[in-house]
Design a protein around this ligand. Structure first.
Ligand code: CAO
Length: 573
């Protein structure tokens, strides 16, 4: 039987800092936590650190709040742990977390004790105006390795003493490596992602030798031990953003301090990089930001003193995902309007079909460069012929409207103008030509727009087509269409002739590349053989994807459709 014990997790050894602020509580009462999981983030004026959980267990109480000031030994939370995972005393809890979490503070303390450079006790000589210092990884306060997460400078950057050169991160803390002197970066030995240990060379710094240093020996490469890490939250390091050039004033420096390989046209300057790292965030937040690919300098803080919390990051990502405004190339959103301020309104939910249609239209409108071409087909003879079929229609119980002839005329044109019987591959690298002629027919139904597909229209006669048109239109109107009856279209015909209008510009039903809009026929005077004669003219509007079809193709295609309708005998050819 396992025994449960309660343990108080206390603030561990703070490596010299008297008091730290609780800036993030990463757990809640009732949470199951594992060993080493970060439970609380605290921060001094120099560094932040995660306090890891000393044992696996359940959080039963939290004794601090965000913003509380705590010191070593203060209780942080109560943990209910099983006997096997128990830590015997509160002091042991504190001890067990001390070495790693005290990393930054410890190095901060040692920074105060050590000189920033080793000055060999040698006889004076004539010194050069500059010397090169190697900047190395200092005492890491107990950590074996740290990861380089941000290179804050580039070769050629002029930096001030104390400016950050790199940002490093252990499991528990992030820290800047400050420059031991003002100068110019002449070489970098590290890359982002490198794992660094104490003593590793990070950069070469060409420094000006001051009057006092003129008594130093002339050296080409003075190995300088950099100050141990004194990480600071970005918000508390105003000096790093000061103009660097002002700190290197002497003419000698301006001649010698800028190596010839400085890329002055580089788009990201040292200042930019420093600005980028002027972000006040703990290691856990930085880690999450890297995982999500978020530039922390764009995230707004809601925490104390501008410190970024995980919540800020989540909110930023949520906003990016939900708001097209915030994404570079997206179209601006239509502002929301409260219409009720102008009069009475009724709000109804859109049907699923309506939503799907809207999404399809929008996608096509955004992706397809549309062109619409217009023409009138003279269907005087066609209409005369159709009238002659009336008796037979009645006998067969089939209704033939101009739409059946339209389908046939379009199918014939698709066979001869393959540019319209095609689709672009999704990668835009090729065109897929269809060897079949299936035509979609827009049907106006009470539920919304549906587009059933007539198959092999080129192979079917007017009677059969008329029957199928009726059947599919009925099925559409009664929501009886099967999914396969709405798939596989090569081209679409949208006839509003039975409803009215003189013309419209239909939207291409992508991935098809063309759609024919048909409006209500009108009797118009047409000049023929030296006189105006009344003709039944059918307005046609052909919209096409200009990526796949050029204007010449469209003109020829449209002309053939009009010719096929003007003389249906052509459909026999
Ligand atoms: N000009 C004049 N009259 C026309 C015509 C035209 N272009 N096309 C059809 N008509 C006539 C028909 O002959 C019929 O008349 P009668 O009843 O006197 O014979 C009448 O208009 C009604 O026809 P209909 O609409 O029942 O049948 P149809 O074959 O013309 O059309 C269909 C079938 C399914 C295309 C149609 O019902 C429909 O839904 N059209 C709307 C399509 C649509 O919404 N398009 C817009 C989509 S968004 O781009």
């Amino acid at each position: 039987m396992s025994t449960l014990t309660n343990q108080t997790v206390k603030v561990p050894d703070l490596g010299g800092a008297a008091e730290v602020e609780v800036i993030e509580i990463s757990v809640a009462v009732g949470d199951e936590v594992s060993v080493d999981e970060s439970i609380i983030v605290v921060e001094s004026d120099k560094a932040s650190m995660d306090i890891p959980c000393p044992a696996a267990g359940k959080v039963t109480a939290i004794s601090v709040a965000e913003g509380s000031m705590v010191k070593e030994g203060d209780p942080l939370l109560e943990l209910e742990i099983s006997a096997s995972g128990a830590v015997t005393s509160a002091s042991e809890v504190a001890q067990s977390v001390a070495p790693e979490s005290a990393l930054v503070i410890a190095s901060e303390a040692s920074a105060q004790d050590e000189p920033s450079a080793t000055v060999p006790d040698q006889a004076p000589s004539i010194a050069p105006a500059t010397a090169t210092e190697s900047v190395v990884v200092p005492d890491l306060g107990g950590a074996d390795k740290v990861e380089l997460i941000e290179l804050m400078v580039a070769v050629g950057d002029r930096i001030n003493e104390g400016d950050g050169i790199v940002l490093m991160e252990s499991d528990k803390a992030s820290m800047e490596l400050p420059s031991p002197a003002s100068g110019v970066i002449t070489a970098l030995h590290v890359n982002e992602g490198d794992s660094l240990a104490e003593g590793d060379k990070v950069a070469e710094l060409e420094v000006m030798v001051t009057d006092a240093q003129m008594v130093m020996p002339a050296v080409d490469h003075t190995e300088v031990t950099a100050e141990p890490i004194t990480p600071e939250p970005a918000s508390s390091k105003p000096s790093t953003s000061a103009p660097v050039s002002s700190s290197i004033a002497s003419p000698a420096t301006s001649n010698t301090a800028t190596p010839s390989n400085v890329d002055t046209g580089h788009t990201q300057t040292g200042d930019d990089r420093r600005r980028k790292t002027d972000v006040y965030a703990g290691p856990a937040v930085r880690k999450l930001a890297r995982k999500l690919g978020v530039d922390l300098s764009r995230v707004k803080s809601s925490g104390p003193r501008g410190r970024l919390a995980k919540e800020d990051l989540h909110n930023y990502v949520k906003q990016l995902v939900s708001s097209p405004d915030s994404m570079g190339g997206a179209i601006p959103k239509v502002p929301e309007v409260d219409f009720s301020q102008f009069g009475e309104i009724v709000t109804e939910p859109m049907s699923k079909l309506h939503k799907i249609t809207a999404a399809n239209m929008h996608r096509s409108w955004l992706n397809v460069p549309h062109v619409t071409q217009f023409d009138d087909a003279d269907i005087t003879e066609l209409e005369a012929f159709r009238q002659t079929l009336k008796d037979e229609m009645a006998e067969r119980g089939i209704k033939i409207t101009p739409v059946s002839f339209l389908m046939k005329a379009v199918a014939a044109a698709l066979e001869t103008h393959r540019a319209f019987n095609a689709s672009l591959s999704s990668d835009g690298e090729s065109i897929i030509y269809k060897q079949y002629v299936h035509i979609g027919m827009a049907v106006d139904t009470p539920a919304g727009l549906m587009v059933p597909v007539l198959r092999d229209v080129n192979k079917k006669g007017i009677w059969q087509l008329s029957e199928e048109i009726r059947e599919l239109a009925d099925k559409a109107k009664h929501r009886k269409l099967k999914p396969n009856e709405m798939q596989g279209g090569c081209f679409t015909v949208s006839s509003l002739g039975g409803i009215g209008g003189t013309g419209f510009t239909p939207i291409v039903n992508t991935p098809e590349v063309g759609i024919l809009g048909v409006s209500k026929l009108a009797v118009k005077p047409v000049f023929q053989n030296g006189e105006f004669v009344p003709r039944k003219m059918l307005p046609l509007s052909l919209s096409y994807d200009h990526r796949a079809v050029n204007g010449g193709d469209a003109g020829r295609f449209m002309t053939e459709i009009a010719a096929n309708l003007a003389d249906v005998r052509r459909l026999l050819l």
